[in-house]
Design a binder for this molecule. Sequence first.
Ligand SMILES: Nc1ncnc2c1ncn2[C@@H]1O[C@H](COP(=O)(O)OP(=O)(O)OP(=O)(O)O)[C@@H](O)[C@H]1O
Length: 282
Amino acid sequence: MLHLDHVSKSFRNKRVINDLSLSIGTGVHGLLAPNGAGKTTLIQMIATLIRLDSGNITWNGQDIMVMDEDYRGLLGYLPQKFGYYPDYSAEDFLMYIAALQGIGRKRAKPLAKDLLKTVGLKDQGKQKMKTLSGGMIQRVGLAQAMINDPELMILDEPTAGLDPRERVRFRNLVHALSRDRIVILSTHIVSDLETIADRVIMLKDGQICCNQSPRQISRWLEGKIFLVPADYRLGQGQLLLEDELDGDATRLRIYSPEPPSQGQAVPANLEDAFLVIYGDEE
Ligand SMILES: Nc1ncnc2c1ncn2[C@@H]1O[C@H](COP(=O)(O)OP(=O)(O)OP(=O)(O)O)[C@@H](O)[C@H]1O
C-alpha cells in the first residue's frame, strides 16, 4: 500500500501540490487532469525523483526515502519522455536496463525476450529502436518498466502521441499487466481510463478533487446530464459540455443539477465528469 500524507510541493512561488493525502492499493489508478495540473510533479515525488517540501510518502508504512534502494527495487517507471538509444535494438535496450538493475546477462536475455513477447514485440526484438513506431517504442517502455516485476508501476502520460489503435492496444496491455500490482497511470485523455481504471483520481488546485471508480463517477452525475435543443439557453448552474450531432440536427449536451425545462436525460460518462470538474478552467 502506498500512502501520501499531507504532501506539498512548490516551484518558485507556485504551489503545485498542496497538502495532498492519498492511499493507493492494488489496481489501475488513473491520474487524470489537464496539462499543467501537477501530474508529473506528483509522479516524480512518488518515484523519488524530486523531493517533497513537506509531508511524507510511505510504502507499507515505511518512508520511501528511508527505504531507498529497497523501494526503487519494487518500482517500475515509464517517464513522460523516456530516453533510449536509437541504435540499440529493443532487446539490447532491455538488456541494458536489466544490467542497470543488477540483473545478470544469463537471466536478462530470456527475460528481455519474454517481456518483448508480452508487449507484442516478439518479432521486433532485433530491430533498432529508431526503426520502431511510436506505439512500439512505448511498448518497449512498458517492457522496461516491467523488468523487475514491480509491485508499483508508474506510467506518466504513456499514450501521448499514440494513434487511437495503439492507444487501445497499450491500454489493454496495461490492464493485463495490472493484476496483483499497483499501477498509476497519468493522462489527460479520458478514454485511456474509462474501461481499465479501478479508480480515477483527479487533481485540481494541487489537491485531489475526485477519487472514485468510473462507475461511481457516472452514478454521481446520474440525472444531471441532458441533451437539449441547439437553441436552448443555459440557466444558472448549467454547463455546456459539447455539441452533439443527432442525425441532421445538433443538440447540446449539458450538465444541469436540476432537470432543464426541455430535453432528455442521458447516461453520464467520464468525459462529462472531466468537463464538469475542469469546465471553468482555460
Ligand atoms: N522543475 C520545475 N521548475 C519550475 N516549474 C515547474 C517545474 N516542474 C513543473 N513545474 C510547473 O508545475 C506545474 C505542474 O507541472 P506538471 O508537469 O507537474 O503538470 P502535468 O499535470 O504533468 O502537466 P503536463 O502533462 O503538461 O506535464 C506547471 O505549471 C509547471 O510549469
